[in-house]
Design a protein around this ligand. Structure first.
Ligand code: AMP
Ligand code: ZN
Length: 498
């Protein structure tokens, strides 16, 4: 008998920027996906645009794992670049002192959004020697050259495939079409910097190719190949990185090894905020922390960031964020309702069917180039149908498991069910207060979360049914003390905050 093996069904179809097509995606070697995602440049707090990309990569990794693959996911921390060096010098700090606080904040923010830690997080500044050695190899092959001041450049003319990722045609392009903007002398204006000679008063490293600091692109070639091998499965980042960053990574790596660098390239579309490109001057620029201290829940932010598939443009709005919060609440309430309800024995075929349909539709959506919108629509369809059955008293004990399994399948990827919003927001408020961003009086007293209210109401109903009036009265008092008004209406229980 032929055994269907879920793990090797090769079901995921993913758009590959390199081929310009949606392709079947599976790891090349064994059951492990070796992937690299460009990480943050740690000179400031992460903004929601950054997190749009990091959440999208998190969705990919969670879905790959749910599909039975193992992961070797590497992400870099760019803790050296021109801006960092300038800002550190301005603040009279070392590069490390300047960047560590932003790196820590970034990792905390990842936690707030339930973004899983990659298997390996690597800092650029801990790989400077290896970068210098890589450049020395390129120079030996005459692909890199040194300029008089001690900087090194990549000679684009030596890599005829240059432009294959971004689909730009460089063959007929005149010198002067700038690939990398910088102030150094080079043979061709198209060539890009691998290594920059030190400038007066700025940080530099001693290395086998002389003193200086690495160009930006070299770190990702060196660190991805060190931890994943010369060729690996997938490379990801925001769409702005396609050119020149990723194009340059390919040029550096493939001209050195003669092998294909990453087989698959995933790029996340830039988000807009209230219909416009996010920018500080337009006043629509938000760090994750800005939103948390304004009282927005991290689960709602994560939900909104996942609501539009990664290749479609997401328009981040405050109305959308409110909608996201409601959607999350709906799921949490449903989860609590199903868990807590006491139902007659047996099963209801309609509920069984709704759960089975949700499970297969969620997979189908995710397999279709990570169509998160389709996958979440499937779970909400199930929730609606099961709620109707529950309201009519038609749900049965044996329906609980498949319904909760479908919710679990959803949450393994979307990760919004666990209600730890209040804690995370409180931590953000405390951070804001300790940094003088918020005053003590701006911080609301401990609030009870919506999901807690819903759970307590469910519990109160169960207690009433079981004629445990001491418990139901205690819950009523607890809710009243927290400023929650509970009304019994003919459509069931409603509540609001005082
Ligand atoms: P950076 O810290 O600037 O190196 O960016 C970190 C990641 O965020 C990169 O993958 C960028 O492509 C991505 N990114 C930056 N801005 C946006 C945006 N508005 N929308 C989506 N991704 C973005
Ligand atoms: Zn990179």
């Amino acid at each position: 008998m032929r055994r269907l093996c879920y793990n090797f069904r090769l079901p995921l179809r993913l758009y590959n920027t390199l081929s310009g097509k949606v392709e079947e995606f599976a790891p090349a070697a064994d059951n492990t996906v070796r992937m690299y995602a460009c990480g943050p440049t740690v000179y400031d707090y992460g903004h929601i645009g950054n997190f749009r990309t990091f959440v999208a990569v998190d969705i990919l990794r969670r879905f790959l794992r749910q599909s039975g693959f193992k992961l070797q996911h590497v992400m870099n921390i760019t803790d050296v670049d021109d801006k960092i060096i300038r800002n550190a010098a301005r603040d009279k700090k070392t590069v490390q002192e300047y960047t560590r606080k932003y790196e820590e904040a970034f990792l905390e923010d990842m936690g707030s959004l339930n973004i899983e830690r990659p298997e390996k997080l690597v800092r650029a500044t801990e790989h400077i020697q290896e970068m210098a050695e890589f450049i020395a190899e390129l120079e030996k092959k005459r692909i890199a050259y040194r300029t008089e001041d001690g900087s090194y450049y990549f000679r684009i003319a030596k890599f005829p495939e240059y432009g294959k990722l971004s689909k730009k045609d460089f063959a007929g392009m005149e010198d002067g079409a700038r690939v990398d903007v910088d102030e150094y002398e080079k043979d061709s204006a198209r060539d890009f910097a691998l290594w920059k000679a030190p400038k007066e008063g700025e940080a530099f490293w001693e290395s086998p190719i002389g003193p200086g600091r690495p160009g930006w692109h070299i770190e990702c070639s060196v660190m991805s190949m060190k931890y994943l091998g010369d060729s690996f499965d997938l490379h990801a980042g925001g769409e702005d990185l396609t050119f020149p960053h990723h194009e340059n990574e390919i040029a550096q790596s493939e001209s050195l090894t003669g092998k294909i660098f990453s087989r698959h390239w995933m790029h996340v579309r830039f988000l807009l905020v209230e219909g416009e490109k996010m920018s500080k001057s337009l006043g629509n620029f938000y760090t994750l922390r800005d939103l948390l201290i304004k009282g927005h829940k991290p689960s709602a932010i994560r939900f909104l960031l996942t609501s539009v598939p990664y290749r479609k443009q997401l328009n981040f709005t405050f109305a959308g964020l409110e909608q996201g919060a409601k959607s999350v609440e709906r799921l949490r309430t449903f989860d609590a309702r199903i868990r807590m309800s006491q139902l007659p024995a047996g099963t209801n075929p309609s509920a069984q069917e709704a759960a089975a349909k949700a499970k297969s539709e969620m997979r189908a959506g995710m397999e279709d180039d990570l169509n998160t919108a389709y996958a979440s629509a499937a779970i909400f369809d199930m929730v609606r149908e099961a709620n109707i059955l529950a309201d009519r008293g038609e749900l049965r004990e044996g329906d609980k498991t498949p319904l909760l399994e479908a919710l679990h399948q959803f949450d393994e990827i979307f990760a919004v069910l666990k209600d730890d919003d209040a804690e995370k927001m409180k931590a953000a408020m405390e951070w804001a207060r300790s940094h003088g961003i918020l005053k003590e009086s701006d911080i609301p007293a401990d609030a009870i979360s919506d999901a807690d209210v819903n759970r307590l109401i469910e519990e109160r109903n169960a207690a009433k049914k079981a004629r445990d009036f001491a418990r139901s009265d205690a819950i009523r008092k607890q809710l009243a003390d927290a400023g929650i008004l509970v009304e019994d209406t003919k459509d069931g229980i409603r509540w609001k905050r005082k």
